[in-house]
Design a protein around this ligand. Structure first.
Ligand code: URA
Length: 226
């Protein structure tokens, strides 16, 4: 894992960003995701490989306590276990693509919440439409699931809704596939305790606020609605 290298944000902010190690395997899966001609099946497959790494990196940030276990050889192993339940909160519809990966990766106490935020295609402004969050959400580690971070408008709205529901920013980890630099700066400045895990950070946004070079509309490509 590498720290986000951007001179525009403070070093304290950089420590809150985990970018997956840019090895050849990850880069090849990202290439599949980014290629215009990739089929929906191949897109979903490549996404699952990367999402597994992202969820693992996010769970690495969840709090643990020391625990000793007895192994079958009769020896003691000094290990750790996670101390808080985990709640995945999907920003619909694209965020739901992470849910089955989180289910497979985490076998502790797990719940899911949903937030529906519609981005206006012309203005890129987010409108909050609906949420359904577990009752005990304030005592969980929250993984905010949203594959694309462009301007940061939708995720900022979702974080505000989570804060209103009793979640403290320290307990939120934003799990993201691809971010634009501008979006990273915006959310880290606005939420000074938020942590972000991503697979790649692109330099630009297009005039219509799509990430560039990017991968197009994630939801359309994942759900085959192109
Ligand atoms: N959402 C997407 O699906 N793609 C982008 O490039 C930006 C936001």
């Amino acid at each position: 894992m590498t720290e986000f290298d951007n001179g525009d944000i403070s070093s304290t902010s950089q420590q809150r960003v985990t970018v997956l190690q840019q090895g050849n395997y990850l880069r090849s899966q990202m290439t599949t995701l980014r290629a215009f001609e990739t089929t929906t099946a191949a897109f979903c497959n490549a996404f699952e490989h990367i999402a597994t790494q992202l969820i693992t990196a996010a769970l690495d940030l969840a709090p643990t306590e020391d625990v000793d276990v007895l192994t079958p050889t009769g020896r003691t192993f000094h290990g750790v276990r996670q101390v808080k339940p985990v709640c995945g909160v999907s920003i619909l519809r694209a965020g739901a693509s992470f849910e089955h990966v989180l289910r497979k990766a985490y076998d502790g106490p797990l719940s899911f919440g949903k937030v529906l935020i519609q981005r206006d295609e012309k203005t890129s402004l987010p409108t909050y439409l609906y949420s359904n969050l577990p009752k005990n959400i304030g005592s969980s580690t929250i993984l905010i699931l949203e594959p694309m971070l462009a301007t940061g408008g939708s995720v900022s709205k979702a974080i505000e809704i989570l804060k209103e529901a009793g979640v403290s920013e320290e307990n939120m980890i934003f799990v993201n596939l691809l971010a634009a630099k501008k979006g990273v700066d915006t959310v880290l400045m606005r939420f000074p305790s938020l942590r972000l895990v991503t697979a790649a950070v692109d330099d630009e946004l297009t005039a219509s606020n799509h990430i560039a070079p990017g991968l197009g509309d994630f939801g359309d490509r994942f759900y085959g609605t192109t």
